[in-house]
Design a protein around this ligand. Structure first.
Ligand code: NDP
Length: 317
């Protein structure tokens, strides 16, 4: 008997990615009876799953925890019939319609596609950083902060993420150093002030992390001062990298137009990408606002764009 490959039914719309953009797109697409299939990715829920308090998402006067926000939003999408697959898409072919997507060797087909694959944390690119990743080096204080109770940690970066991580880490650590390459923060004033006024935090200005020292755990760091040209060694237990994010667009290289740092380009006032029938929303196409609420807003736009596009296809066929 020959093995038969299950043929997946043609989907109206597949949503790739499960952060605020994707889940909002799913709510709108499901309520439009498109029965969306969401391929969530292995990091289900996206970046908010590694955040603590979200204080700026409208509707939650007291704030809400990032994972709680994503859980309740997913329930909302599920209630209207969204189906979920918690795996990574491994390949796409957008050269003809229906579009084809693969999860390993399982093939899916869709009339339209909504891409909401978000962005991922960036690293400095040091050999020693890679070697000790998960052994004291981390890009997620929410995930790993509690391992550093009464220990010394540092946070690299000067944006809002670095401020948030540094403040959060003071709950556990005895001392938090913020290592920033310039003499002023990029972060919003309120977040920066919270850090500067926190007595457990010390800011190392004009400073660059050059090496993380240790075999199986972080023991020391080497920090270069770019004003004095001096390098100092400091004892350290944990190193948190918070220097921004990279859009998750590797799957779409040579298939969709991107800007010079890899964000998908969309047509003004829409979520249309360079391929007809493929829409993009959230951080994967937004290198300016990058907020949960703006991601959700563009998720709504993508579902509405896809719905109208599908309707026009039917009328013109
Ligand atoms: P940002 O791009 O805003 O900041 C990155 C920081 O890392 C900058 O200070 C930058 O330095 C530094 N950096 C970048 N590359 C390197 C490098 N190779 N070596 C050393 N330092 C480096 O990213 P964030 O992740 O902080 O924030 C992204 C967006 O998300 C922002 O819009 C932010 O406002 C938002 N956000 C909002 C939050 C909230 O409101 N609760 C929480 C977290 C993020 P330099 O300044 O010199 O360029």
């Amino acid at each position: 008997m020959s093995a038969s490959v299950e043929k997946k039914p043609l989907e109206e719309v597949i949503i790739v990615g499960s952060g605020p953009a994707g889940v909002t797109a799913a709510i709108y697409a499901a309520r439009a009876n498109l029965e969306p299939l969401m391929i969530e990715g292995e990091e289900v829920g996206g970046q908010l799953m590694t955040t603590t308090d979200v204080e700026n998402y409208p509707g939650f006067a007291e704030g809400i925890m990032g994972p709680d926000l994503m859980t309740v939003t997913k329930q909302q999408a599920s209630r209207f019939g969204t189906r979920f697959i918690p795996k990574n898409v491994t390949k796409v072919d957008l050269s003809s319609r229906p579009f084809k997507l693969w999860i390993e060797d399982e093939e899916y087909q869709a009339k339209s596609l909504i891409i909401s694959t978000g962005a991922s944390a960036k690293y400095l690119g040091l050999e020693s950083e890679r070697k000790l990743l998960g052994r004291g080096v981390s890009a997620c204080a929410t995930c790993d902060g509690a391992f550093f109770r009464n220990q010394k940690v540092c946070v690299v970066g000067g944006g809002d993420t670095a401020m948030e991580e540094a403040n959060f880490l003071t709950r556990f650590a005895s001392k938090v150093y913020v290592i920033h390459r310039r003499d002023e923060f990029r972060a919003s004033k309120i977040m920066a002030e919270r850090v500067i006024n926190n007595e457990k935090v010390e800011v190392l200005w004009n400073s660059e992390l050059k090496e993380v020292v240790g075999d199986n755990a972080v023991e020391k760091i080497k920090v270069f001062n770019n004003q004095t040209n001096e390098t100092v060694e400091m004892e350290m237990d944990g190193v948190f990298i918070a220097i921004g994010h990279k859009p998750n667009t590797d799957l779409f290289v040579d298939q969709l137009d991107m800007n010079d740092v890899g964000y998908l380009t969309t047509q003004p006032k829409s979520t249309y990408t360079s391929v007809d029938g493929v829409f993009a929303c959230g951080d994967v196409q937004d290198d300016i606002y990058r907020q949960a609420i703006t991601a959700a807003g563009t998720g709504c736009m993508a579902a509405m764009d896809a719905e109208r596009w599908l309707e026009n296809q039917e009328h013109s066929s």
